[in-house]
Every structure is written in C-alpha cells, then in structure tokens.
Design a protein around this ligand. Structure first.
Ligand code: FAD
Length: 528
C-alpha cells in the first residue's frame, strides 16, 4: 500500500486548498513544498511594489463563507504582504501546516503499474509513495535566469525579483539598473524610482499598461459581503474568472464610433484588466484590437513628456492583450523624472555585465545594484523540472513539441497525476484563484468518484487528449495570441516550442466542459 492517498506538490493557493478539500473528504493527503513556508508566488515574489493585478475581492478563496466574511482586504489591488498574510491566515485557520513538509523539493516521480501508485523522491533523498499526485507547482514558479556573461564579475548587488532578500534591499540613493519591463519590472520600477539615486531601465519589449486606479475599498467590500455568493457565481461563469461589468458590449463591428470611444475611455479610466474586454472580440478581431491598442498608445504619449522616450515606451509591434498586460500606478510618469533613463536593448543590446555595471552597445553603464526582472518559464517549467516517468516514457519527452493534456488536468500515459491550472486550461488568462478552485474541486470530486466505485486508476484516452490539444490550438489560432512574442506562447524561453499554453475559450465555457465531462462519468478518461 502507498504511504499516502494523495501527494500534493506545492503550498501556494492551489496546494493549500487541495489539502483542505481532500482532508475534508477523508483522504490522507500530504504536501511537499520547496520553500520554507506557505504562500507560493506570494512568498517568493517580495520585490518592492509586488501587487496583484486582479481585484482582491475576486483574487481570494470563495470556498469558505466564514473566511470570506471575516477577511478584510484593504485595497482594490492587494500588495504582496497582504496576500501572503491572507494565505498564512488560511493555513492557520484550517490547521494546514501539520500536513506540509517544507524546505523539500520533489525531484522525481515514477509510476508503478503493479500498485497503481507514484514514488516521489525528494532533494533530501527521502521517498514518499502515493496513489495519486496533484502537481500544484504553479504556472509562474520556475524563474527564467538568463546567464548574462560576466554576471559573477559584478561587484555590486544583484537581486532577482522572484527571490527578493527577505529583509529587503537598501536601494536609497543608489545607482540602480532594472532589466525587464513585464509585470514584475513595471511594479519594481514604479516603486523604487522615488528613492533610488538613479534608475536605468533596460527594455526589450514595451508593454501595454493600463492604470490600476488603486484605492481603499472598506465600504465597497462591506457592501459586497452582503451578496458575495452572487459575485462568486458570476466570476465562475465569466470570461476571465472575474466579472467585468454587467453587460459586455457587442462585437466591435456592431458599435458606432462614439460608443467605441466611450467604451475604451470608461474602461481605461475605471482601471484594471477589464480593459481587455472592451469588446467581446478584442483578441480575435484585428480592427477591434488595433483600436484598443491605439487608445492605450495615445494615453502613453500624454503621460510621458519627452516624445522620444514616449515612443520607446510605446508598443507597436504586437496586438494588445496578446502579451500579458500590466496594471500600473504611475509607471509611465516615472520616465519624467530626471534620474530615470530608458535603454532599448534592441538598439543597445546588453553585451555583458562588467565588474562596474552593464555594457550595452558600446557604453558601459555603472551601477551599485542590478535588479533582474526576467520572467518565468511559464506553465510547463515547474512540471518539467520534475523528472516524471512512467515506464520508458518521460513527461519532458512527451511534451518536447509542446504540452499535451486532456483538459489541462492530466496527460495520457501518466495515470493518477493531476495538474492544477495546467497547460491547456484557462489558468494564466484568468483570475487564477477562480481557476484554481475549479480545478481543485473537480480533482477532488474525481477522486471521490474513484473511491466510491472501488477504482484505483484514472488516465485520459489518447483520442480525447488529441482532441483537446487540437481544440486548444485551433481556439488559439482564431485569436491574435500568436502574433506576440509572449510567454503565453513559450516565446520568452530560448528553445521552448511555440504553442499556446493556456486555453483561450474562457473560464465560463471551460467550467461547463468540465462539468459535462464529470456528469457523463468522466468521458474521455479510462477508469480502472
Ligand atoms: P504558486 O503560488 O506558484 O505555488 C507553487 C508552489 O509549488 C511554490 O511555492 C513552489 O515552491 C512549489 N513547488 C514547485 N515545484 C516544486 C517541487 N518540485 N517540489 C516542491 N515544491 C514545488 N495571478 C492572478 O490571477 N492575478 C495576478 O495579479 C497575479 N499576479 C502575479 C504576480 C507575480 C509576480 C507572479 C509571479 C504571479 C502572479 N499571478 C497572478 C499568478 C500566480 O502565480 C497565481 O495567481 C497563484 O498564486 C498560483 O498559485 P499556485 O499555488 O498554483 O502556484
């Protein structure tokens, strides 16, 4: 008999809820986590300005009405310390820590057909056997750490945004470089600009950022708490796992010019990622997309004093929303400060790091601190970092041309192994807590079904998987996603196959598909 019914890997939003849910159902579940405490993303990413870009009222668990009533979010967009405090509170409230082993990384998983169970080997040499494994390893948990020539020669401090020093970093008055202008870069730049001596930003791809319009939400939250369940139900059926207004406007072509302008202006000024849903077909219709993109470009040029700098900050080469948009709080205005400079690495490539700074083009820029905000090997990185084997087959080999899953939940040939927000599920295109809850609940119900029916093994049919892979690729092909050099497509990792990593069909549609599969007795899965 295996040691455990279920081994859960990771103690972020996914792993914590998965543990709680399975314990409630009477399963013997245990979590193994690389880090020293709970929190996942919100433990690791402690850089200045780290903040959620989904509104906190939605970026939180819905499964526990009492928790929902007792927790008070202070701001519209919660900052990292508040989200981490929330997850610590959840762990405490539900007494989760006693079933978590910290400071331990799962290095390999090997499936044994004789016992229908997995053997996990960890980095401290211990092994755990479990009938089922839930990989709650995160979509953005494997950092990309590009090897700049000479990084070790630098005599100042180097900080990665994903692994910020626990005690903070002293940047006051220092000459600081930030490499990278994705979400982490944008947030860091905005937060540190007021206190550093000088700030030089190295940008490869300019970002489309919309304002957060962050604010305290005491009264809004109190009002929401009187009907929180309705809001959660709406979230589950929405496109992005968060309701973006009562009524989404019709397709772009049906709108007159005045309505288009109003729609963009209202959504932009209201703030946040609901701007992406200005039109239902914003990610499909080139004209609709161009209109929204132009609107954001114009707003950038209004905010930046120097037209040459504004131009460098203006994205022109890819559709809006085809790359993760940023939510900002004064990002563009930072470039009006005298102590801030912007370097486009397409014009001046980073040639190497020197003992004193960064050699870009022919110029050596001197720094005291270099901050690297270089992103993640998204969605597949953490899973492929584990040596997952069944017989002669490894998951890495199977996915060498791109991930292959059924519903983003399992991969054929790897029985009893579930992924939470795995590739080919809506995951990173959604409010991830909504998507996490959907997966955790579906997986838990499937395990209950197996137990009730005396079954020990579940695995997707190859045909069902092929069909889902084609569905996700075809759906992505109908969008503009492939036109951006984004991590949604694996484009940020040298050598990574280009494939649409998330399912673009929307959270509500996906939820209905999952429900349909479950009520038909797990159609597309082989149960033994
Ligand atoms: P994670 O929080 O990534 O946790 C996974 C855990 O698994 C980690 O603690 C990791 O250490 C552990 N782990 C991985 N591999 C192993 C292994 N082999 N052995 C043991 N442990 C392992 N999402 C949104 O919806 N809205 C946002 O605004 C948003 N902002 C973000 C900002 C940043 C800077 C980042 C990095 C991500 C953001 N995300 C956001 C995505 C975020 O990752 C998810 O919302 C959510 O926190 C994921 O929870 P998780 O538990 O699935 O994964």
């Amino acid at each position: 008999m295996p040691d455990r019914d279920v081994l859960i890997i990771g103690a972020g939003f996914s792993g914590l809820y998965q543990l709680h849910k399975l314990r409630q159902l009477g399963f013997d579940a245990h979590v193994v986590e690389t880090g020293p405490q709970v929190g996942g993303t919100w433990y690791w990413n402690r850089y200045p300005g780290a903040r959620c870009d989904i509104e906190s009222i939605g970026y939180s668990y819905s499964f526990d009405p009492e928790l929902q009533q007792e927790w008070n979010w202070s701001e519209r967009y919660a900052a990292q310390p508040e989200i981490l405090a929330y997850l610590e509170h959840v762990a405490e409230r539900l007494d989760l820590r006693k079933d978590i082993t910290f400071d331990t990384r799962v290095q390999s998983l090997v499936f044994d057909d004789a016992d229908d169970c997995w053997t996990a080997t960890t980095d401290n040499g211990s092994t755990i056997t479990a009938r089922f494994v839930v990989a709650a390893t995160g979509c953005l948990s494997k950092p990309l750490t590009p090897t700049f020539d000479g990084l070790d020669d630098f005599t100042g401090d180097v900080h990665w945004t994903w692994d910020w020093p626990a005690g903070g970093a002293d940047l006051a008055g220092k000459r600081v470089a930030v490499v990278g202008t994705g979400s982490s870069g944008v947030q860091t730049i905005t937060a540190i600009a007021p206190t550093v001596g000088s700030l030089t930003v190295f940008q490869r791809t300019p970002t489309y950022a919309v304002p957060a319009q962050n604010r305290r939400i005491d009264e809004e939250l109190a009002a929401l708490k009187t009907h929180y369940d309705d809001f959660r139900a709406e979230s589950r059926l929405s496109v992005g796992g968060f309701p973006c207004g009562d009524e989404l406007p019709p397709f772009f072509e049906d709108l007159d010019d005045a309505r288009i302008r109003t729609e963009l202006e209202v959504r932009y000024d209201n703030g946040g990622l609901c701007f992406q849903q200005s039109f239902r077909d914003l990610l499909q219709n080139e004209e609709a997309n161009a209109r929204a993109a132009e609107y954001v470009r114009n707003r950038i040029s209004e905010k930046v004093d120097d037209p040459a700098v504004a131009e460098k900050l203006t994205p022109r080469t890819y559709p809006i929303a085809a790359k993760r948009m940023c939510v900002d709080t004064g990002y563009y205005e930072v470039y009006n400060q005298d102590n801030v400079a912007l370097i486009d690495v397409n014009e001046q490539p980073i040639r190497r790091i020197t003992s004193r700074g960064i050699l870009a083009g022919d110029t050596e820029h001197e720094f005291d601190v270099i901050i690297l905000a270089t992103g993640f090997d998204a969605m597949t990185g953490a899973l492929e970092s584990i040596d997952i084997r069944h017989g002669a087959q490894t998951l890495r080999d199977k996915w060498s041309d791109g991930p292959r899953t059924y519903l983003g939940l399992m991969s054929a040939g790897f029985p009893n192994l579930f992924t939470v927000t795995g590739p080919q599920s809506p995951s990173v295109l959604s409010n991830m807590v909504t998507s996490i809850e959907t997966h955790v609940e579906w997986i838990s119900a499937a395990l209950e079904f197996l137990r009730e029916n005396g079954l020990t093994r579940i695995e997707p049919d190859v045909a069902a998987e092929d069909n889902w892979v084609n569905t996700t690729n075809d759906a992505a092909d109908l969008t503009l996603l492939g036109q951006a050099p984004s991590w949604y497509m694996g484009a940020n990792v040298p050598g990574k196959p280009r494939a649409a990593l998330p399912f673009v069909g929307g959270v509500g549609t996906y939820q209905q598909i999952l429900d349909g599969v479950a009520v038909t007795g797990y159609h597309g899965f082989e149960l033994v």
